[in-house]
Design a protein around this ligand. Structure first.
Ligand SMILES: [Ca+2]
Ligand SMILES: [Ca+2]
Length: 275
């Protein structure tokens, strides 16, 4: 039995107990209320005790109140496992927030990469490139997954349409061809754009872009998803583009940046998607 099933059973039991208790409270309250109303009509003093009796309306009302109160209590005390996106945490293939101060597990392909603390003391992976920069990690057998990370441009020449970008790379297999991967570029500047593209098995390029302003000194949450032959790019949890291509089926992930740029990367996660 999975942890989720156990949690669901516990929640069901707690909710049931809460509903029953709520039902009795509701029934009792309704009987008292009815008695008070009746006694008021007859100008009597308030009863010390309610009379015996059954009120289905009271039980129903009480049950609903009990269930709502129980649910609220579960939320408040954090017992209810609220859905966090479409994927559970046990399918995380890789994660790194760099808080251990090192970049163990990453391979620098090009550029200057260093784990540094930003102005708030948070550790980030800083990429700096004279031409362009790329770091990679993971397994060449990874198939259907989402790469998620935060990125913030620190310095850029901001030449619209030129090589100023921060980027997400999936299904990389540099060993085979030296270039093969899917990549989503986020170009800086007011004339900026988002481009998703492919370096195919013959290193051929294929790109599709749209205008999108990427500002410096601002964190962006980037999610680049490769499932089957579908590639989806999300920025700040908003779906930006959907592409279809079936040339590259597996590969590892990478973070990249463009010429004369400095970019902070953080909170990298790779989440396996099974369906
Ligand atoms: Ca961090
Ligand atoms: Ca580390």
């Amino acid at each position: 039995m999975s942890e989720n099933n156990v949690a669901n059973i516990i929640i069901a039991v707690i909710t049931a107990i809460g509903s029953i208790i709520g039902g009795f409270i509701g029934a009792y309250a309704t009987i008292i209320a009815a008695k008070i109303k009746e006694d008021k009509k007859e100008n009597k003093v308030l009863p010390e005790k309610s009379e015996k009796g059954t009120s289905w309306k009271g039980i129903l009302t009480g049950t609903i109140i009990g269930a709502v109160l129980t649910f609220a209590a579960l939320l408040v005390f954090g017992w209810l496992p609220l859905p966090k996106g479409e994927i559970s945490t046990d399918s995380v293939l890789f994660s790194d927030d760099f808080e251990d101060g090192n970049s163990d597990g990453w391979s620098v392909i090009t550029g200057t990469w260093e784990v540094v603390q930003d102005s708030t003391g948070n550790y980030v992976y800083r990429g700096k490139a004279n031409s362009w920069g790329l770091v990679t990690t993971g397994s060449e057998n990874w198939k259907n997954y989402a790469l998620e990370f935060k990125a913030k441009g620190i310095e850029s020449l901001q030449q619209a349409g030129a090589n100023d970008f921060m980027a997400a790379n999936v299904r990389i297999n540099l060993g085979a061809t030296g270039c093969q991967r899917y990549v989503a570029h986020l170009h800086f500047g007011s004339g900026g754009s988002v481009q998703s593209g492919k370096y195919g098995k013959t290193c051929s390029e294929d790109w599709d872009g749209q205008p999108y302003q990427i500002k410096l000194d601002e964190w962006y949450l980037i999610r680049y998803e490769a499932v089957g032959s579908t590639l989806k790019l999300y920025i700040n949890e908003k779906l930006i583009s959907v592409d279809t291509d079936d040339e590259l089926s597996t590969g590892y992930i990478g973070l990249s940046l463009g010429q004369d740029d400095i970019v902070y990367f953080d909170d990298v996660r790779v989440i396996e998607i099974t369906k």
